[in-house]
Design a binder for this molecule. Structure first.
Ligand SMILES: [Zn+2]
Length: 108
């Protein structure tokens, strides 16, 4: 992913609308690219800041940004694990079907 792509995806990231593949590429680029991280930080601060001003609640944006990043990694890991689990279950089902077919042929 290049910096242009990253910047196009920032709104999607902030709204949590990225799919697993995009989210991973996004987070990986952010870890490596200092200027994009800064850009994301600024956009996050603006978005979160405006929201807080509207609610009138107090906030610590630096902590919140860190939390948002950590959440994003966590979500990605959880989603991947779910995908792996689904894949594993499919293998079991296929294996059972094959076993049933082999058994059926054997019984004939
Ligand atoms: Zn970049």
């Amino acid at each position: 992913m290049d910096c242009k792509e990253f910047q196009r995806m920032i709104p999607g990231f902030l709204d949590d609308e990225l799919d697993n593949y995009s989210l991973e590429a996004f987070l990986n680029h952010m870890e490596k690219c200092k200027s994009c991280k800064e850009e994301l930080t600024i956009q996050f601060l603006i978005e979160a800041g405006i929201q807080r001003l509207e609610d009138g609640s107090t906030f610590n944006l630096a902590t919140e940004l860190q939390t948002t990043m950590n959440d994003a990694w966590l979500r990605l890991r959880v989603r991947k694990r779910l995908l792996n689990a689904a894949f594993f279950l499919q293998i079991i089902v296929v294996a059972e079907i094959i076993a049933a077919i082999v058994l059926a042929i054997g019984l004939r």
